[in-house]
Design a protein around this ligand. Structure first.
Ligand SMILES: Nc1nc2c(ncn2[C@@H]2O[C@H](COP(=O)(O)OP(=O)(O)OP(=O)(O)O)[C@@H](O)[C@H]2O)c(=O)[nH]1
Ligand SMILES: [Mg+2]
Length: 239
């Protein structure tokens, strides 16, 4: 797939330390694997100046674009915006990746190989050969319990419904009404998998090594968890 456009979306909020390192790593991986990449950084006017760093990276590298929003609007709306940009620009594959170095860009070629036979590939923390590093037990339990609940209620046979490292086939994303997704946090990630599953699209999981952020702060909150909890019930009602 040498000429197909691979669109990599990175939502950022206060990620000034990790963003430049992540970008260097993504560019190096794409160069080595001959991937035709476009990277879109969506920053919500981060108080720590991540937006300025993103703009400097855009000046330095031809494949980087930035979009700055005036205030913190949430992960879901950042991805909705990024998806519509990627579709407008005729991307073939769209990546979601966190900016906090939890996801290793070296896995990108592995995702693309798996995409040859799938429409959505999830980077799973919970299948054999995957691992989670530096997460405390409470955080792991919340993640696993939340996913278990969503799997059972929505009857989805995958282990990591909330992963933020995933690759999506653009032509299939086009068939989904993005405006209908209203959630902002983990609920957004669950809902996207649910919509692909409902349409009988091909979904696969590949193992990833997830490393908890070393710098910056998590945006995980009780509200985000509660939003996802409520959303799962709502989705169930509409099956
Ligand atoms: N643009 C934008 N990006 C966001 C927002 N909230 C989170 N992000 C970014 O989304 C990604 C995931 O957020 P994290 O805070 O790492 O959330 P998490 O990975 O679920 O939580 P941790 O495991 O504790 O790091 C990171 O790149 C964040 O900077 C937001 O409101 N707007
Ligand atoms: Mg994170």
């Amino acid at each position: 797939m040498p000429n197909e456009l691979v669109y990599i979306i990175i939502p950022t909020y206060n990620e000034k330390e990790s963003l430049p390192l992540l970008i260097e790593e993504i560019l190096s991986v794409c160069k080595k694997a001959r991937i035709n990449e476009k990277i879109l950084i969506i920053d919500d006017n981060s108080p720590d100046g991540t937006g300025e760093i993103a703009r400097a990276l855009q000046k330095k590298y031809a494949s980087i674009y930035t979009y700055n929003r005036k205030s913190k609007k949430g992960l879901g709306s950042a991805y909705r915006f990024g998806f519509s940009k990627a579709l407008q620009e005729n991307a073939a594959f769209i990546f979601e990746i966190d900016a906090d170095l939890s996801h290793n860009p070296r896995s990108i070629p592995r995702f693309l190989r798996a995409m040859q036979e799938n429409d959505l590939v999830l980077g799973s923390r919970y299948i054999p050969h995957a691992s989670v590093k530096n997460w405390n037990t409470v955080r792991q339990c919340i993640s696993r319990a939340g996913i278990y609940y969503a799997r059972k209620v929505l009857d989805i046979p995958f282990t990591d419904l909330t992963t933020g490292f995933r690759c999506i086939r653009a032509s299939k994303l086009r068939t989904i009404d993005l405006a209908s997704i209203q959630t902002e946090g983990y609920g957004f990630q669950i809902e996207l998998v649910h919509l692909f599953h409902q349409k009988n699209l091909r979904i696969a999981e590949i193992p990833i090594t997830f490393i908890e952020r070393r710098s910056g702060k998590s945006k995980f909150s009780k509200q985000i968890a509660f939003e996802a909890f409520k959303k799962v019930i709502e989705l169930r009602k509409n099956i």
